[in-house]
Design a protein around this ligand. Structure first.
Ligand code: ZN
Ligand code: ZN
Ligand code: FE
Length: 744
């Protein structure tokens, strides 16, 4: 057969995942000569081969690529004939690597697990065992290209044994940047305790069994852990963390245990067991008799996840009970990633299990759920982030999008792609804002990116808006102001690669509207060039402004005033009884005069109002609590819905509120409330006959989402980006509205 020379270029997540050794192995199999190297587009192969073998090679490439890789494209051209002596891996030469995706952190692989538990292996019980196919990536990267010198493993010098594996193209640890062993890699330290490193895990298990709370350094931050079967330990953690009722995630030793605690379908089991190992929200089994009742009080949903590091596996070799494992952070601050920040929580934990592999980029655990067999991501972080999204068109300018204020993420966009950061958190404290800015700097540095325009939310008081304006002023950049709910819808359009007009349904907490009111129950016709708001929930007043967001009773009272005016003062129901009499009168005056009572069309707040009227929740101890509690009351056998009006563009919900306030059975009121929201959406869907796109934090409610998807199976919701504000930055980055010169 005649030999030819080809150049093959592969794009995608192809660096730091064992791609070059994979090609090397294929060269040995198919007996061709040439070279393979990383370059600014991905991986480049030059090979001398006959056509038939070349075709086989391409098939092998497409079907056998390494587990952590993902291929976006394979292109090849024929070059002038060139012959080679054998096949070789050439070192990375270029510095800039912008088109390459950063690999995410993934769980330990089967091969490493086997070695970890094999007494004859030199890494037996070594808590940091890893290879090319598993372990930390994003969390240890300072810079690209992904080489050891650009990671926090540069502080550990490889021993002779590790070096041999690292330099052998046929070894599973060839160029596995984070490798180490008992002799040369990081090791555990139980702070303040004088225990040899081989015995630490035994001691840790004993401390957990005794009911202690431990802070344990993980992949993207510290966890606070305790025995999930021990009531006192869980209660102690709640008190010390000042977290009275928000559910805790639980790490279980294996799927078998997970099945004992929750109903798990096939898709959920796959997600639990996936290399990303997210927290999956599941239906808890009633009376499992295993977990402490304080894990998720009054809520039948349970967030479970499986061990994902060698250390977790070692702990569960000895420990029989599931573990509460929650991110360690001071209230309103980002997850702790170093000794200094974890020590601020010294009063919360009893013992600290630390190590010296630095966490460069913080990354929380990811959270997912399955609704109608669709994956819905609620927090996109470890295992999934950062992510590159391909756009259905080319961006005119390089854009930095700073997202919203809660569940913040940021994005950078250039050419036909947007890179979305992992979950950053709520921008409430000074250190969260600093952390947010640091995330922007990280993306800029790693991707060698300088924006020409900064996209931000319309809300003038969002910390992200302030940062955007400041940055634009300093660097003379253009600004682009994007309405919150428009950004919500655009995010989904990008993910689904939709390039036509859609009817967007934004059911949300609150977002700043074009008229200065707090929107959140909007129907908008959207494309990338703009939007038209065609319908909204009628405005109601949020008594006390920000206070109303935490106190459902205020929203409910406001709606009662809308219905009955002063007469409502004489009522006695769950809402009115939640106020003291004198306070009650004052509220009426506030309502009447409209003092500190912004107008809102938010469906999130409507949920709150219903929770109050039905007596389920008057004051929330965490965001989203009212909706979660309401899910418990939904009964699918209750059919029918309440009255609402639809005139011009206003959806009047007062008739529904009236009926709910007259209903004494909360299950009936709540079930019919859900059904009414579905009717409202369906009414608009029929009127416009356009693809339906759902977004906004309210769609985190699995009951509502399932009902809408049942009624309108073609409705689209994001699967890769969260329905909450974590998807805003992606949406902001692709809006093609006019750029505004920065004049202030
Ligand atoms: Zn491995
Ligand atoms: Zn070593
Ligand atoms: Fe939102």
């Amino acid at each position: 057969m005649e030999l030819c020379t080809y150049k093959v270029t592969i794009k995608g997540t192809v660096q730091g995942v064992g791609f070059r050794p994979f090609i090397y192995a294929l060269a040995k199999r198919y007996l061709f000569t040439g070279t393979v190297s990383n370059n600014s587009h991905g991986v480049e192969i030059v090979l001398n081969i006959d056509l038939l073998t070349f075709k086989q090679f391409l098939i092998a490439l497409e079907y056998e690529y390494p587990p952590l890789a993902s291929i976006e494209s394979i292109d090849y051209v024929e070059l002038d004939y060139e012959s080679f002596d054998g096949f070789s891996i050439i070192e990375t030469t270029e510095a800039g690597d912008v088109a390459v995706n950063i690999p995410a952190d993934v769980s330990i692989c089967k091969d490493c697990e086997k070695e970890l538990l094999d007494p004859n292996n030199r890494r037996f019980n070594y808590p940091f065992i890893t290879c090319t196919h598993c372990g930390v990536r994003y969390s240890i990267i300072y810079d690209l290209p992904y080489d050891r010198v650009n990671t926090s493993m540069k502080f550990f010098e490889m021993c002779k044994g590790c070096k041999e594996e690292y330099t052998n193209p046929l070894d599973r640890r060839y160029h596995a940047q984070p490798i180490g062993c008992w002799d040369c890699g990081p090791s555990l330290e139980l702070v303040g305790q004088d225990i040899s490193k081989e015995k630490i895990v035994d001691e840790v298990v004993e401390l957990i069994e005794e009911g202690n709370i431990l802070a344990i350094k993980g992949v993207g931050g510290y966890h606070l852990v305790c025995d999930a079967t021990n009531n006192e330990a869980v209660q102690k953690l709640r008190e010390r963390k000042q977290r009275p009722s928000k559910p805790f995630a639980v790490m279980v030793q294996n799927l078998e245990m997970a099945h004992k605690l929750a109903e798990i379908n096939k898709k959920e089991a796959l997600l639990l067991n996936s290399k990303e190992r997210p927290i999956v929200l599941l239906n808890a089994k009633k009376n499992d008799n295993i977990l402490s009742s304080k894990i998720a009080p009054n809520i039948s949903r349970l967030g479970l996840f499986l061990p994902y590091t060698p250390l977790h596996l070692l702990i569960f070799q000895k420990l029989n009970s599931p573990l509460v494992a929650t991110s360690a952070n001071v209230t309103d601050e980002p997850i702790a990633t170093n000794r200094e920040s974890i020590e601020q929580l010294a009063g919360v934990y009893d013992y600290l299990l630390d190590h010296k592999r630095k966490i460069v980029n913080a990354c929380d655990d990811s959270v997912l759920m399955v609704v109608k067999n669709q994956e819905i991501i609620l927090r996109r972080a470890r295992g999934y982030a950062p992510v590159s999204m391909e756009l259905p068109f080319k961006l005119e300018k390089k854009v930095l999008a700073v997202g919203a204020n809660q569940k913040s993420t940021v994005a950078i966009g250039f050419d036909k792609q947007v890179i979305l950061s992992p979950h950053i958190g709520d921008l409430d404290g000074i250190s969260s804002v600093e952390y947010f800015q640091q995330n922007i700097e990280n993306l800029k540095r790693i991707y060698r990116f300088e924006p020409e325009v900064i996209a931000h939310d319309k809300h003038p008081n969002y910390e992200s808006t302030k940062v955007a304006k400041q940055e634009a002023k300093e660097k003379h950049l253009e600004l682009m102001e994007i309405q919150h709910h428009y950004a919500h819808i655009l995010g989904v359009m990008v993910e689904k690669k939709i390039n036509q007009k859609v009817l967007g349904v934004a059911f949300d907490g609150t977002g700043y509207g074009d008229d200065g009111n707090l929107w959140g129950g909007e129907f908008m016709l959207c494309d990338y060039d703009g939007y038209e708001r065609v319908a909204q929930i009628n405005y109601f007043k949020l008594l006390g402004g920000a206070k109303a967001i935490k106190e459902p009773k205020r929203v409910a009272l406001s709606l009662l005033f809308d219905l009955y005016g002063e007469e409502a003062l004489a009522f006695s129901n769950a809402t009115t009884e939640a106020f003291i009499k004198s306070e009650f009168k004052t509220q009426y005056l506030i309502w009447q005069k409209g003092l500190n009572s912004p107008l809102s069309s938010s469906v999130g707040r409507l949920f709150d109002a219903v929770a109050s009227l039905t007596g389920i929740c008057q004051v929330m101890s965490f965001e989203g609590e009212s909706g979660m509690l309401m899910e418990e009351y939904y009964d699918e056998t209750i059919i029918g819905f309440y009255d609402f009006t639809f005139d011009e563009s206003i959806i009047g919900i007062l008739p529904m509120v009236k009926q709910i306030s007259e209903e004494s059975n909360p299950a009936v009121a709540i079930s019919k409330f859900f059904n009414t929201l579905v009717e409202i959406i369906d009414t608009l869907h029929k009127k416009y006959d356009l693809p339906l796109v759902l977004s906004g934090g309210v769609f985190q409610n699995r009951i509502l989402l399932a009902l809408v998807l049942e009624r309108i199976p073609t409705a689209m919701i994001g699967n890769k980006i969260p329905p909450n504000d974590g998807g805003i930055a992606l949406g902001q980055s692709v809006a093609r509205i006019n750029y505004r010169k920065n004049n202030d």
